[in-house]
Write a protein that binds this ligand. Structure first.
Ligand code: 5GP
Length: 188
C-alpha cells in the first residue's frame, strides 16, 4: 500500500490560480505527474489549447458511458473530467479539479491529499477572474459560487494554502508532499 503513488488534488475557487500552481509544481518537482482533464467548455481566447482536451458533449458522454473517467462533474453548464491515468511511470499524481470531483476522488481514494487553494482576498480573486477575459456574467457567476466552493472545499481539504505568491505556495505544497513521502517510506 505505502509504495503506491501519492494522489494530490488541488481545489479552490475559479481565478485562485490553481492551474498556474499545478504547472509550477510539476516544473519544480519531476516526481509529480499532472493529469490533463477533458472539458466541453469552449476554449478561452487566452488559452493555447494545451490546458484541456477540448471535446464536444457527445464525445464526453461516450467516455462517461465507457467508464473512462476517474471522476467527472458538471460545473457551470460544462462537463469536466479526469481520464483514468493509464500510466504515470510511478510518479505521484496531481489533479486540478472542482469540489464535486474532489468528493468523488476522496470516496474512492481515502488517502488522497486535498489542498484547498484560497486567495489572499476576494478583491484579488475578482481581479484575477476579470483579467482572464471571461464575460462579466461569467465572472459574476464564478464569484457567486465562491462561498460554496470554500465551504465544501474546507470540509474536504487536508491542507489550506493561501496563494499570495506562486513560488511561496508551490514551496509550501512541495514541502508537505515531501513530508508525506517520507512518512510513506518509513511505513513501507
Ligand atoms: P475552468 O473552466 O475555469 O478552466 O475550470 C472550471 C473548474 O473546473 C475549475 O475549478 C477547475 O479546477 C475544474 N476542473 C478542471 N478540470 C476538471 C476535471 O477534470 N474534473 C473536475 N471535476 N473539475 C475540473
Amino acid at each position: 500500500m505505502c509504495a503506491e503513488p501519492l494522489l494530490a488534488v488541488l481545489i479552490g475557487p475559479g481565478g485562485v490560480g490553481k492551474g498556474t500552481l499545478a504547472r509550477r509544481l510539476t516544473e519544480v518537482d519531476r516526481r509529480l505527474w499532472l493529469s490533463r482533464s477533458w472539458t466541453t467548455r469552449p476554449r478561452r481566447g487566452t488559452e493555447t489549447g494545451d490546458e484541456y482536451e477540448f471535446v464536444d458533449r457527445a464525445t464526453f458522454e461516450r467516455a462517461i458511458a465507457n467508464h473512462e473517467f476517474l471522476e467527472w462533474a458538471q460545473f457551470q453548464g460544462n462537463l469536466y473530467g479526469t481520464p483514468i491515468p493509464r500510466t504515470t511511470g510511478g510518479a505521484d499524481v496531481l489533479l486540478e479539479i472542482e469540489v464535486q470531483g474532489a468528493e468523488q476522488v476522496r470516496r474512492q481514494y481515502h488517502d488522497a491529499v486535498v489542498f484547498l487553494i484560497v486567495p489572499p482576498s476576494i478583491d484579488h480573486l475578482e481581479h484575477r477572474l476579470r483579467e482572464r477575459g471571461d464575460t462579466d456574467e461569467h465572472v459574476d457567476r464564478r464569484l457567486a459560487s465562491t462561498p460554496d466552493e470554500l465551504r465544501v472545499g474546507g470540509a474536504l481539504a487536508s491542507y489550506v494554502i493561501v496563494n499570495d505568491d506562486v513560488e511561496r505556495a508551490t514551496a509550501e505544497i512541495l514541502s508537505i508532499l515531501e513530508k508525506l513521502r517520507r512518512e510513506r517510506r518509513s511505513l513501507a
